[in-house]
Design a protein around this ligand. Sequence first.
Ligand SMILES: [Zn+2]
Length: 323
Amino acid sequence: MINHCLCYFLNMSIRKIAGHDLAPGRIIKDHIHVDGTEIHVPHVIISGAADGPVLLVTAGIHNAEYVGIQAAIELSSEIDPEYLAGTLIIVPLANTSGFENRTMSMVYEDGKNLNRVFPGDENGTASDRLAHLIFNTFIRHADAFIDLHSGDGYEELFPYVYFLGDTACEEKSAAMASCVNTEFVVRSRCRTGGAYNMASVNGIPSVLIERGQLSQYPREEIDADKADVINIMKYLGMLKGVHTAYTKTPLFERELFSPATGCWYPEYHAGDTFFSGELLGTIRDYFGNTIHEIKAEETGIIIHQCASLNILKNGPMISYGVF
Ligand SMILES: [Zn+2]
């Protein structure tokens, strides 16, 4: 049973975001500058005709995860304020410099992973400053937060959704996660670094949706992302209509990092299940000699894994879920 009560929303009367005066029915499309950098963050603020919660949707925190970016761009032109209750803030591309310099999801200026440095630091490097701006200008004003991700250029991925456990807003985050049309949900325990993680720690119900892979952006994945956001908006009471709560299989995530740099030969694909003791993949040197065999220590399902020939020491290798 999902709690429909919206009384936990605190920011219903907010009237100013990112320096913009908000007024019912108004749509703002603008960029905001990150101090001490050349970075500008595009954002769209859609103020509904009726009162309601503030929902933030971000994409492109990892700039090569294109499904979410395209879904956010399309949503920002498709939500009509006349039929909206509350305020929808969309940041369609958080890491513009990575996108424009075609990094594989790192911030171009400092090579950092933006989703490891939240809530950021206004005196830090470009990533720290960017995270600080996103956190303080947008996330802090939200009553609910959706962060859209997918598989990077080197990553296979099977769709699922995260929420953070052990927080005051866990029940609401879990209810939002149930609105996402995926088979699996991961209850995370990571309380540092990530945008949705830090939002949740600060009491803002949040989910991270993972859909799409290998930096591809097929139409059906984009549409599925958009449908998830709209379904969550119905749950939040921002759009008319009855939301759908999808039955989910909960997973606990295990992350394996590569013991060496070399060539990578996985045995399975994302979405495949395996048994404890099975070979998951092999790392070979540049002469074809095996240097590591990776064997499963548990039975599980691969939710995302490295799918490029190259693999990097201490870099992501396989993330799997256990039931
Ligand atoms: Zn990501």
